[in-house]
Design a protein around this ligand. Structure first.
Ligand code: GAL
Length: 429
């Protein structure tokens, strides 16, 4: 009798202790340093990231966030720093990486990332993210390797409506119209027809000239081997690209993407082709209103096509302070975080539960982009890591830099064709 009483008492005590231990494990808040690596150092991009960090700090006051952003549009510098750190066994807690080839051929193929399927299941994200986007960040076995924070559009032509009116030009529907009508008219008026920046922005322009000349099917064929890089269509792409560059500012190599956007804002140039982080720049840095203050259209010849890219964050293997990284990623993928970030960034939320219908939060630019995202033909960006491995895209930058100097169509086409043949074997994406 006595011993059974004891037994019950001990068992009850053990149960209480167990419950207590479980509760405190669940309540355990991450603490310590969390390093977030990106290339968002200015304007709407930085504002968006800072707003996320602020909210995260409210949620996890014991975590010390270290924002180690490396300046340089499209990650030109950040990627080099990241590569050195990853290969040197010094990964940041989490880092920005484009959905698609950049994530898959660089980091997943090298076995440097942890799959995040559990996180997706726990947060109900399998139903909240578009399947096409999940495919871009998954391997063939269905392992998902990063958390998308947005959808950006590459093929946007930006302008200031009042300036176009003053100069008597309209938005060109095709590159031919731009080259033959819009460009000479603006040049006669002493206005630079197209503002262009440093090399990566020239690659960005090239992909949208290629898309406009080839159309979405042949453009996609560049990445799956069905379009001949040495063929006549591609000669036309390079010729058109050369003529488009002839309509741009000569000091392009010295300008950042923001400098090029500013040329448009200041009325020095009529148009600029840039991703919709430029919307963040117009809205946040320059307090311009959509439609009245700044205007946009699909890049010439790309009506009905949405050239997409997505910024995502992953969990490197051996990341310092894994618990804090997991907390950050869980927050980042939530609709709440995406509604904080994207209205400042100029991008669309990737999580479909976000409040895109709220036109106070997402103004006319976003409404229009969302309509296109959900109805257009979707293709992927070369300049922003969606469609081609770095073995191609990195030397392709040099091809563009060489062409910008020489305008030598035959050499550029042959070099790019050779590069495509050696780096983009089927299944490399
Ligand atoms: C892209 C990136 C965007 C924006 C842009 C300019 O590669 O996806 O989020 O940062 O570069 O820096």
């Amino acid at each position: 009798m006595r011993s059974s009483k004891w037994f019950i008492l001990v068992a009850a005590l053990a149960l209480m202790l167990g419950v207590f231990a479980l509760a405190s494990a669940q309540d355990a808040q991450p603490s310590g340093d969390l390093e977030i690596f990106s290339w968002w150092t200015g304007g709407g991009e930085e504002a968006g990231l800072n707003a996320l960090i602020e909210k995260f700090k409210e949620m996890y006051p014991d975590v010390n966030v270290i924002n180690s952003a490396v300046a340089g549009g499209s990650g030109v510098n950040a990627r080099a720093v990241l590569q050195t750190r990853m290969l040197g066994g010094d990964p940041p807690g989490t880092f920005q990486v484009h959905a698609g080839a950049e994530l898959n051929t660089l980091w997943v193929a090298a076995d440097k990332m942890e799959p995040l399927n559990d996180l997706y299941e726990q947060n109900g994200w399998m139903e909240q993210y578009p399947q096409g986007l999940l495919d871009l960040i998954s391997d063939d076995e269905g392992n998902i390797y990063s958390v998308p924070v947005n959808i950006h559009r590459s093929n946007v032509l930006w302008y200031i409506p009042a300036n176009l009116e003053e100069w008597g030009v309209t938005v060109p529907a095709t590159w031919d119209e731009f080259i033959n009508e819009t460009c000479p008219k603006l040049q006669e008026a002493g206005v630079t027809p197209l503002a262009v920046g440093e090399t990566w922005t020239q690659v960005h322009l090239w992909e949208n000239v290629a898309l406009g000349v080839l159309g979405p099917e042949k453009y996609n064929g560049l990445w799956d081997g069905t379009t001949d890089w040495a063929g006549e269509d591609m000669t036309q792409v390079w010729e058109t690209f050369g003529k488009v560059l002839d309509c741009a500012n000569e000091d392009m190599n010295a300008l950042t993407w923001q400098d090029a956007s500013r040329m448009v804002i200041e009325g020095k140039a009529a148009f600029n082709v840039m991703g919709d982080w430029a919307a963040g720049y117009f809205l946040v840095d320059n307090s311009l209103e959509p439609e009245t203050g700044f205007g946009w259209a699909p890049a010439p010849g790309t009506e009905g096509v949405f050239n997409m890219l997505s910024d995502t964050f992953g969990l490197p293997k051996d990341a310092p302070n894994r618990d804090a990284v997991v907390a950050w990623l869980s927050f980042l993928g939530s609709a709440e975080a995406q509604d904080i970030f994207n209205p400042l960034k100029g991008s669309l939320p990737a999580n479909t539960e976000a409040q895109i219908d709220d036109s106070e939060l997402y103004n006319a630019y976003f409404q229009n982009a969302y309509e296109d995202w959900t109805s257009n033909t979707i293709v992927g960006s070369l300049a922003h890591g969606a469609v081609a491995p770095q073995e191609f895209s990195s030397p392709f930058n040099d091809v563009i830099a060489g062409f910008q100097e020489s305008r030598d169509v035959a050499t550029a086409q042959a070099t790019a064709a050779e590069l495509a043949a050696t780096t983009m074997t089927a299944g490399s994406e």
